[in-house]
Design a protein around this ligand. Structure first.
Ligand code: AMP
Length: 217
């Protein structure tokens, strides 16, 4: 089936984890703008050099740059039968641009899933969050640790790392930026009848189950 979906929610709520599973199980690409930027940073492209400063400070990268990236990526052939967008849109201009680019292609965005969790839980999760640099698999040192506590289960010689922007001061800034720039998108999609709210608390399986039900999948 075809589904074009955006995942909304504060940093640390589990968009990446749930989005990856949803996309993998249904054969849609997961389009994570944070991931695209981190790759550009690692490759030291001009975009990466510019984005790194903003990301490390917990600020957003400019709308024009992000809209260009998503326009290009959602236009690729693997996104024709649907996609899961994680981390975009993050501002009202980005949401408007997404609607416009879908419209130009004769498509529509089906749903916006909003994952929610209390602030102290988000802070706890982000401080314990780790990632495999090779396969990007997400771990949590408290609730979902790797088998040996240090390395990726699928890449036993590769050590997990903590994202630079998961440092405590940056986490506070990112939550502020979320409240100011991104939280208004819930109302944006609610008014258009496309918002599906899902509580992001509980086990990964429980949250996934709620999300599937909310989407009628
Ligand atoms: P994420 O992995 O989604 O938490 O994104 C990490 C960082 O990348 C964010 O804190 C922003 O600095 C940047 N970023 C990701 N997506 C966007 C976007 N749609 N608009 C602006 N900045 C973004």
């Amino acid at each position: 089936m075809t589904l074009r979906l955006v995942l909304l929610g504060p940093p640390g709520v589990g968009k990446g984890t749930q989005g990856r599973r949803l996309a993998t199980e249904h054969g849609w690409p997961l389009i994570s703008t944070g991931e695209m930027l981190r790759e550009a940073v690692a490759r030291r492209t001009p975009l990466g050099v510019e984005a790194q400063r903003l990301m490390d400070a917990g600020q957003l990268v400019g709308d024009d740059v992000m809209i260009g990236l998503v326009k290009e990526r959602t236009g690729q052939s693997d996104a024709e039968a649907g996609f899961v967008l994680d981390g975009f849109p993050r501002t009202v201009p980005q949401a408007d641009a997404l609607d416009a680019m879908m419209g130009e292609r004769g498509r529509t965005l089906d749903s916006a899933v909003s994952l929610t969790a209390p602030r102290d839980e988000l802070v706890r999760r982000m401080s314990a969050r780790r990632e495999c640099p090779v396969c990007k698999r997400a771990y949590n040192l408290v609730s979902w640790p790797p088998k040996d506590g240090v390395h990726c289960d699928d890449h036993p010689t590769v050590e997990l790392y903590q994202r630079a922007d998961d440092a405590p001061e940056t986490v506070v800034r990112r939550l502020e930026v979320y409240a100011r720039d991104t939280a208004p998108l819930m109302e944006y999609y609610r008014r258009r009848g496309r918002l599906r709210e899902v509580e992001g608390l509980g086990t990964m399986d429980a949250v996934y189950g709620s999300m599937i039900r909310a989407l009628g999948l």
